[in-house]
Design a protein around this ligand. Structure first.
Ligand SMILES: Nc1ncnc2c1ncn2[C@@H]1O[C@H](COP(=O)(O)OP(=O)(O)O)[C@@H](O)[C@H]1O
Ligand code: SF4
Ligand SMILES: [Mg+2]
Length: 331
C-alpha cells in the first residue's frame, strides 16, 4: 500500500458455491483508491461489481469464500472482528445501494434512523443529533427536513428515499463511500440530480468514492479513474480522460458503442453488445470476451490475457490485440 492510498484490494477472489458448481464472481481483482479520489467501476450486469463491493465491505453471502487482501485506512479488513467491522462500516466506510429500501428500515421514521446512527457512531446527544439530521437532509436536497424526520420511508418517492440513504451514509463523514448503482432504479431526470449530489458531497467532504455502474456514460466526467470489469475481472483500468481518449480493450469499446448517442435520431435502436457474458460456473480457457470480440484471433481462445500496463503505468488492459497499438486491433 503506497502513501496516500486509502483502500487497496489485492488479488481478491470471491467464490460462491451453487448447485451448478463453483461460481467465481470476482477473479483476482487488484484496485487502489487514494483519499478523496473517485473510482468508477463499470461493467454489464452480472460481471461481479456488487460482489466486489461486498467483498470490500465484508458483507458477502455466508457461503461465499473470499481470498486476497483488503486494506482500508491501514487496517486489514479480513483480520478485523465482526464488532470492529460493524463500527468501521458505520463510521468511515459507507455504502449506498441501488435500492434504498435495502438500507432503510421500513418500520422506523427517517428521523429515528438518522438520529440513531449519529448517536451510535458520533456519540452525539439527542438535541445535537436532531440538529445534525436536519442539516444533513437539507444538504441532500430534501425540502422541509424537519417534517421529513417524522415520516416513514414508504411516504417518500424513490428519489427522496435515495437522498435519505445518502444522508445516512454521509452522516458520520466517511472516508470512503461505495455507491453501487445508486441511480439505476430511478427516473432519468432524478438520476442526474442524485449523481450530481454525490459528486458535490464527495468533493465538499474530501471523501473517496467508488461509483459502481453498468453505464459508462455515468462515470465520464464524474470520476478520476475507471476500472472496467468483465466476467469477474478488471479488464481495463485508466485515468478517466485517458480511458475515453484512448481505450485499448475491445470490451470497453463495445460498452461505449452501446451507449445511446445524444445526437441520434429518436427511436434509434441501441447497438447492444451481441452475445452474452460466459457462464461464471464454466470459466473459459482463453479471454473471457473472446466469443463476443470482433478482434479475436487464435491466441485469444486458448490463453488468458493478463492485466498489464503499456507505455503509461496508469493505463492497464488485459488484451492480446489492444485497440490503436501497432500489433493490435484497428491498427
Ligand atoms: N447470492 C448469490 N449466490 C450465488 N451467486 C450469486 C449471488 N449473487 C450474485 N451471484 C452471481 O455472481 C455473479 C456476480 O454478480 P454481481 O456481483 O451481483 O454482478 P453485478 O453487480 O455486476 O451485476 C453473477 O454471476 C451472479 O449471478
Ligand atoms: S484478448 Fe482477444 S478476444 Fe480478448 S478482448 Fe483482446 S482481442 Fe478480444
Ligand atoms: Mg450489482
Amino acid at each position: 500500500m503506497t502513501e496516500g492510498t486509502l483502500l487497496s484490494v489485492e488479488d481478491v477472489i470471491v467464490d460462491l458455491p451453487t448447485p451448478r458448481g463453483n461460481l467465481r464472481a470476482v477473479d483476482r481483482v487488484d484496485l487502489t483508491i487514494g483519499a478523496g479520489r473517485t473510482l468508477g467501476v463499470v461493467g454489464e450486469s452480472g460481471c461481479g461489481k456488487t460482489m466486489l463491493s461486498r467483498a470490500i465491505l465484508q458483507l458477502l453471502p455466508k457461503r461465499a469464500k473470499l481470498s486476497g487482501r483488503v486494506m482500508f485506512d491501514g487496517q486489514d479488513l479480513l483480520q478485523l472482528s465482526p464488532e470492529k467491522l460493524r463500527k468501521l462500516r458505520g463510521r468511515s466506510l459507507a455504502v449506498v445501494f441501488q435500492d434504498p429500501m435495502t438500507s432503510l428500515n421500513p418500520v422506523l421514521t427517517i428521523g429515528t434512523q438518522l438520529i440513531e446512527t449519529l448517536q451510535e457512531h458520533l456519540e452525539l446527544d439527542m438535541a445535537a443529533a436532531t440538529r445534525r439530521s436536519v442539516e444533513l437532509l437539507a444538504a441532500v436536497g430534501i425540502p422541509a427536513p424537519e417534517q421529513r424526520l417524522m415520516q416513514y420511508p414508504h411516504q417518500l418517492s424513490g428519489g427522496m428515499r435515495q437522498r435519505v440513504a445518502i444522508a445516512i451514509a454521509l452522516s458520520c463523514e466517511p472516508k470512503l463511500l461505495i455507491a453501487d448503482e445508486p441511480t439505476t432504479a430511478l427516473d432519468v431526470t432524478i438520476q442526474a440530480q442524485i449523481l450530481d449530489l454525490l459528486a458535490r458531497e464527495q468533493r465538499r467532504r474530501h471523501m473517496a468514492m467508488i461509483l459502481i455502474t453498468h453505464d459508462l456514460g455515468v462515470v465520464a466526467g464524474r470520476t478520476d479513474e475507471v476500472a472496467v470489469m468483465y466476467a469477474g475481472r478488471v479488464v481495463e483500468r485508466a485515468p478517466t480522460p485517458a480511458l475515453f481518449k484512448k481505450m485499448r480493450m475491445p470490451y470497453t469499446e463495445a460498452l461505449l458503442a452501446a451507449l445511446p448517442k445524444i445526437d441520434a435520431a429518436p427511436h434509434t435502436p441501441l447497438p447492444a453488445i451481441s452475445g452474452r457474458p460466459p457462464d461464471p460456473t464454466r470459466p473459459l480457457k482463453g479471454c473471457s470476451f473472446s466469443p463476443r470480440c470482433r478482434y479475436a484471433w487464435a491466441q485469444c481462445h486458448v490463453e488468458k490475457p493478463r492485466l498489464e500496463e503499456s507505455n503509461s503505468p496508469a493505463h492497464q488492459f488485459a488484451c492480446f490485440r489492444p485497440i490503436g497499438t501497432g500489433a493490435g486491433a484497428g491498427a
